[in-house]
Design a protein around this ligand. Structure first.
Ligand SMILES: *Cc1c(COP(=O)(O)O)cnc(C)c1O
Length: 364
């Protein structure tokens, strides 16, 4: 006997990347920004007083909406503040999906989508990407109430062009949610699509590009009617006063944002180059992580050996991913440390003695 709904009993729940407490580690497992947020964020925090904590926050986060609207060239009514981008995903599933209204998304992708589908008890139509992570044509044929495309995609770092996503949205009868959690490290984005497409929701997160994973802040960009509908589903005070003030300070400082994201992008290109020298297959990444495929070596074993050296990366023991490591782009020093460690680990093991699939992968 269980007190829970059947689908809750069957659900596994999302498994976040490990958050070790020690400071003396190289933490490249959850795609955090290696740089601190803008100094304006700390200034904004120090300006906060007891009265802001005593009162409920602004339910809409109007202050943030105004600034975000200017940054994206839209109106405040096109922005909805969320308690992290994950809050928007949750809201979208509840707003658009149920037992008879499925969700569809290409796979492999962000592992939270199937978890939310289970909780909402809606069918998840998973359409496989091809080997190059091109947008699957079949995605237009699912008749899903909600289609999600993570772009840049996690954990591949691949990018689908804005034009292709515009055509997809045009062909769909349901809503297209474009998860742009990593778009701050890409060259293009889909925010402009909402001008002409009434079924597009763009998800943004302050966790990666703005170095604010600790405060939980994300937002939606969409046409006013969609935003108004999503507002009905959100918690009435889904973003707290501290998060609103700090996220607003961060997004105002576009100069700092450009500098730090540019540094991460530069370090990413160098990291890809160094990994390729070590004979990893590394496709071009448009995000702040790279997915490195292990040739003649076992990704699970290497993951374990990096752990022994206090270097945390992400390993997914899943179909299509079990021969790869996802490595967050860190500072140049952190990236050098992981590359050096990989070089040592690979030289320890003779390729003939360590064929693929013999050792036990360590689950993350
Ligand atoms: C990080 C992330 C999000 C949102 O994260 P928040 O920290 O909740 O803003 C959404 N989608 C993907 C793919 C992510 O990696």
């Amino acid at each position: 006997m269980s007190y829970f709904r059947k689908n809750i009993d069957k659900a596994k729940g999302y498994e976040p990347g490990f958050q070790p407490k020690r400071a003396d580690i190289v933490k490249l497992n959850t795609n955090e920004n290696p740089y601190p947020p803008s100094p304006r964020v700390i200034e904004a925090l120090s300006r906060m007083g007891a009265d802001q904590f005593r009162r409920y926050p602004d339910p809409m986060g109007e202050e943030f909406r105004q600034v975000a609207a200017v940054v994206h060239g839209v109106r405040a009514e096109n922005i909805m503040c969320c308690n992290g981008g994950d809050d928007l995903l949750n809201i979208a599933f509840r707003a658009f999906c149920d037992e008879s209204r499925p969700v569809a998304y290409p796979v492999p992708t962000y592992s939270l989508y199937p978890v939310l589908a289970k909780l909402q008890n809606c069918r998840a139509i998973e359409v496989p990407f091809d080997g190059e992570f091109n947008l699957p044509v079949k995605l237009t044929k699912t008749r899903a109430a909600l289609t999600i495309v993570c772009n840049p995609n996690a954990p591949s770092g691949s990018f689908v062009s804005v034009g292709e996503l515009a055509s997809l949205a045009d062909e769909l009868s349901g809503v297209l949610l474009i998860d742009e959690a990593y778009v701050d490290f890409a060259d293009e984005n889909c925010a402009g699509l909402i001008k002409d497409l009434d079924n597009v929701v763009v998800l943004r997160s302050m966790s990666k590009g703005y170095g604010l994973a600790g405060i939980r802040f994300g937002y939606a960009i969409a046409q006013a009617d969609l935003i108004a509908g999503l507002m009905k589903v959100k918690d009435s005070y889904n973003v707290d006063a501290v998060a609103i003030a700090l996220a607003t300070a961060a997004i105002k400082d576009q100069e700092y944002f450009r500098q730090t994201t540019a540094k991460v992008k530069e370090a990413r290109e160098l990291l890809v180059e160094q990994l390729r020298i070590l004979k990893f297959i590394v496709p071009k990444s448009h995000a702040n992580f790279v997915l490195a495929e292990c040739r003649n070596c076992d990704a699970g074993t290497i993951y374990g050996k990096l752990l022994q050296r206090n270097i945390y990366v992400r390993y997914f023991d899943l179909p299509g991913l079990s021969d790869r490591l996802r490595i967050t782009v860190g500072t140049s020093e952190q990236n050098d440390r992981v590359v050096l460690a990989l070089k040592e680990i690979l030289s320890e093991q003779e390729p003939e003695q360590a064929p693929k699939g013999q050792s036990q992968p360590v689950a993350d």
